[in-house]
Ligand binder design. Structure first.
Ligand code: SF4
Length: 345
């Protein structure tokens, strides 16, 4: 058995990730394609007309595909930049946008909304970053832009394959009116550690206590994420910490108290750019789909409250936890730098 293979509960083995690569004809002609394919010399490449022919098929199992992800190389058409979604925090920025040059993630968090959003667990990599840059330039001609580039994926976790974070940083270096947020749960700061820090590129780590991280499969441990954030901070990068989503686990208040103490034993709170805090929240439609594919998942079995198509924990318990987490963090970080997601925003 190949040591890279993973074993499912039924003891069947899965192929290693990206052992199959689907590539649109147009994507294959893109200069970035050769660089990506060179990382997978043993993979089988299947030429397709359009990524949706593979990604949007019906009756796919997101969960099973995640155990053996295929990579799909594509060229993005149509809308490339979107206004920031109401579920996401803007950290006080106006002109808030996001873009996704990757659909899906190599990690497998049980609560991840992507499981409800996408029909497939495979990973689509759009190669035409220069077209996205063109749209950002057009926006910048009108006003400053705050752009999140690592939603719907974890871009830094993929840096060894894609090099997209480097390209975004180079682009941000030429456009001081652009502020980028690159959010990650990876421990991969070393991939960009040779670059000079930019004050308009925010590296944002999502942090979770150990008990919550047990529901985040294949994700580096909280301690490794903290070390990576520490290296970024020491190198002079603006570092944001995201305690989002907070999970209402048994004994949650104690779990988060102990964890926040650990975080600020490692990281100097006065050097952190800012902090985002938000409860678990998800569209009811997505939640329904995820529960179907993960029927035994305890954290999705909570009796959520539903308001306007959005499911979240009961408000009293969640507000108590949010209050506690905010006041604990305020011991280390100026409260003005703490951004709290409120359902009513
Ligand atoms: S790291 Fe984020 S995008 Fe990736 S699986 Fe986890 S929640 Fe989803």
């Amino acid at each position: 058995m190949n040591s890279l293979n993973t074993v499912c509960p039924a003891r069947q083995t899965f192929n290693p990730p990206f052992s199959r690569i689907y590539a649109e004809r147009e994507a294959l002609a893109h200069p970035r394609a050769a660089q990506v394919l060179s990382a997978f010399p043993a993979s089988r490449v299947i030429v397709i007309d359009h990524y949706k022919d593979v990604f949007n098929r019906t009756h796919q199992s997101f969960y099973l595909q995640k155990q053996s992800q295929a990579l799909i190389l594509a060229v993005k058409k149509g809308t490339l930049i979107y206004p920031g979604a109401p579920f996401c925090q803007d950290f006080g920025n106006s002109h808030f946008y996001y873009t996704s040059s990757v659909m899906n993630c190599i990690y497998d968090c049980e609560y991840c909304y992507l499981q409800g959003m996408y029909p497939s667990g495979n990973l689509v990599l759009f190669l035409n970053l220069e077209d996205i840059f063109g749209e950002v330039r057009a926006l910048l001609a009108r006003h400053p832009v705050y752009l999140c580039v690592s939603y719907d994926t974890d871009l830094l976790a993929l840096e060894g394959i894609t090099g997209l974070v480097r390209d975004w940083i180079a682009f941000a270096g030429e456009h001081p009116d652009l502020t980028l947020e690159i959010r990650t749960k990876s421990a991969a700061f070393s991939r960009i550690a040779d670059l000079a820090p930019l004050q308009n590129v925010i590296l944002a780590w999502t942090l979770s206590p150990e008990a919550a991280a047990r529901h985040e499969h294949r994700v580096p441990s909280p301690a490794l994420r903290l070390q990576s954030a520490l290296h970024a901070l020491r190198a002079g990068w603006p570092v944001r910490l995201c305690f989002d989503p907070l999970l209402l686990l048994p004994d949650a208040r104690n779990l988060y108290r102990t964890f926040i103490e650990e975080v600020f034993r490692t990281l100097p709170g006065d050097q952190i750019l800012d902090i985002g805090i938000g409860p678990f929240r998800i569209s009811t439609e997505y939640l329904k789909r995820i529960r179907r594919s993960r029927p035994a998942c305890a954290i999705l079995s909570y009796p959520f409250e539903v308001t306007d198509g959005s499911a979240s924990y009961d408000r009293t318990a969640m507000h108590a936890l949010m209050d506690e987490v905010c006041s604990l963090i305020a011991k280390y970080v100026n409260p003005d730098k703490i951004y709290r997601y409120e359902e009513d925003n």
